[in-house]
Design a protein around this ligand. Structure first.
Ligand code: CMP
Length: 225
């Protein structure tokens, strides 16, 4: 039985059951422990990955050894497609933030699907387009937004992916350390912590280890603009 989350992945969008089963049976299974590095920035390997469960962080290391996180991907999301379509070194390092179950698809297995099934190519292009939009937003935010604004935006983004609506607000179990959260915002840990503490003091959020509850979504949304 395929996990439901796999069928909801963009690669499978629009495929009827029989084709979806054929595609998923062409995939390999991979299990990672928390902290395992799946590949390093610069590696040459061209498999595509889909997350079934868990979270993977995609990061780069700057010249001064500073880490920057480009994204944290979770169930249903794919990564590793850049090296499939534009053969070249991996653009990020992929590390398991939690224990993960992944599906893998070899480059040579994927190509016939893209040629024979336009739905699969469309699903992939849809995710690529969404990623480009997001990357443009991130660049604009780095230029135009202050750190608290970027922190607010990241919290909302994490909530979209990992949020769970509860009576007192949106519980977001992101599994990230404060350092990783700062790397995702692209600012120092001190500045990001200050912004989080300020949001908490205003009653907009409640901080918990590796998670946060957004108590006042509207205020956080306004701060993100
Ligand atoms: P690839 O370069 O093969 O390996 C690293 C992967 O990280 C890359 O493919 C993308 O799937 C993913 N990735 C790179 N940049 C971003 C980004 N800005 N947002 C989300 N995912 C990204």
């Amino acid at each position: 039985m395929d996990p439901e989350v796999l069928k909801k992945a963009p690669l499978f969008a629009g495929l009827e059951d029989e084709a979806a089963t054929a595609l998923s049976s062409a995939m390999g299974k991979l299990y990672l422990n928390k902290g395992d590095v799946l590949f390093h920035e610069g590696d040459t390997e061209d498999r595509l990955y889909i997350v079934v469960s868990g979270k993977i962080k995609l990061g780069r290391t700057g010249s001064a050894g500073r880490e920057n996180l480009l994204a944290v991907v979770g169930p249903g999301q794919m990564f590793g497609e850049l090296s499939v379509f534009d053969p070249g070194p991996r653009s990020t390092t992929a590390t398991a933030v939690t224990a993960c179950e992944l599906r893998t698809l070899e480059h040579d297995e994927l190509i016939p699907w893209l040629t024979d099934r336009p739905e699969v190519a469309q699903g992939l292009l849809g995710q690529l387009a969404a990623r480009l939009r997001r990357a443009n937003d991130v660049v604009a935010d780095l230029v135009f937004s202050d750190v608290p604004g970027r922190v607010a935006k990241q919290l909302l983004e994490l909530a979209q992916r990992f949020g769970d609506k509860r009576d007192d607000g949106m519980h977001v179990h992101h599994d990230l350390t404060q350092e990783e959260l700062a790397q995702l915002v692209g600012a120092s840990r001190e500045t990001v912590n200050k912004a989080l503490a300020d949001f908490a003091a205003r009653g907009w959020i409640r901080l918990e280890p590796r998670s946060v509850t957004i108590l006042d979504v509207e205020r956080v949304e306004r701060r993100a603009r």
